[in-house]
Design a protein around this ligand. Sequence first.
Ligand SMILES: Cc1cc2nc3c(=O)[nH]c(=O)nc-3n(C[C@H](O)[C@H](O)[C@H](O)COP(=O)(O)OP(=O)(O)OC[C@H]3O[C@@H](n4cnc5c(N)ncnc54)[C@H](O)[C@@H]3O)c2cc1C
Length: 385
Amino acid sequence: MRRLIFESEHEQFRDSVIRFMQNEVGPHADRWREAGIVDREIYRKAGAQGLLCTWADEKYGGAGIDDFRFEQIIIEENMRHGDIGFYINLHSNLVAPYIAKLGNEEQKSRLMPGIISGEAILAVAMTEPSTGSDLAGIKTSAQDRGDHWLLNGAKTYISNGILGDVIVVAARTDPKSRHGLGLFLVERGMEGFERGRKLAKMGLKAQDTAELFFSDVKVPKANVLGEPTQGFAYLARFLAQERLVGAIGFMATAQTAFDLTLDYVKQRKAFGKPIGAFQNSRFVMAQMRAELDALQTYVDQLVLLHNAGQLTAEDASSAKLLCSELEGRVMDACVQLHGGAGYMEEYRISRMYTDARISRIFAGTSEIMKEIIGRSLGLDERKLS
Ligand SMILES: Cc1cc2nc3c(=O)[nH]c(=O)nc-3n(C[C@H](O)[C@H](O)[C@H](O)COP(=O)(O)OP(=O)(O)OC[C@H]3O[C@@H](n4cnc5c(N)ncnc54)[C@H](O)[C@@H]3O)c2cc1C
């Protein structure tokens, strides 16, 4: 389906992103998956190419592009031609905005140039061994000690957990309030900050998902983002963009799986004819085509709404829910159409299947997305009962 939201300048940009992903990311993907981590260098290369934080202010080295379609293109082409474990989207669109939008001038001028050039890699740490969906259950604590905050606790499942140089850490600043959280910038090398295991996962093999530990880490006052008790509200605000970013990526991987399966069913033969000639294959492919086009149109519309500053939390949750669920169904059907080959790691579809399983879980599970959408309809347990 032709997508009308892009102009010629976007298409030119897309061509350059495809070249970057094909030349600098794709060729290393097997090695990175083997190693369980990408090369740090890839962030610097992406920075040199102007692909990190395209939206960031020019005074810090950004391009100042106020059009999320450019970020959408980078996410889509990383999924198609790069590698899903290269978390350029986490760096540019999930974590950097916390610093660019909540940070004060000193923090921005100190950190943003390195973030935009790829010298400093970012991560965000909310999840803990005992709490994930329920952010109000965060136990990591930050105590005000006059000239610094004393940070203690543990985080887990943190993306870029090993490579991360600057980590936005959510910690409890007010033990009496469920929502009394602050956001702290923990930097590589701070005393008492340690990384635990790089966790073995069923998919996303090139992603360094890790545990983090904080033991009496003295976080300078200069490293607090915004108000130290407003972290919960900040997380809620930024999670809308995070979920749109997720939806963009899930659609790109689903579209890619569809395309490679279409090629496969045209070539692979059974009972003397291509398997694509069987009515079942044709119907399965047709159903996917129709669903992908419909949902892609929705996501594109949300990107335009986001550009207009009108993306709501429930819009983003709907997109995250529907796109991750569709991605899961598409991956399953595409593996089935590949037959035994679909189960073999040497076939890309097999890896895509396991990579995609996380989409319904992270950045808020499908169940939590339904809670957010339901509450926006006034169907709130606390208010109705
Ligand atoms: C590969 C990977 C990368 C990740 N990266 C990061 C990261 O960079 N930073 C970070 O902070 N976190 C990260 N996470 C954590 C991720 O966001 C959480 O795993 C996710 O939010 C779910 O939390 P949980 O694992 O504690 O599950 P739980 O909250 O224990 O949920 C378990 C099940 O219960 C259901 N459930 C929970 N509450 C409700 C409810 N109210 N109603 C109905 N059902 C409910 C859930 O939907 C789920 O099915 C990552 C996780 C993975 C696996």
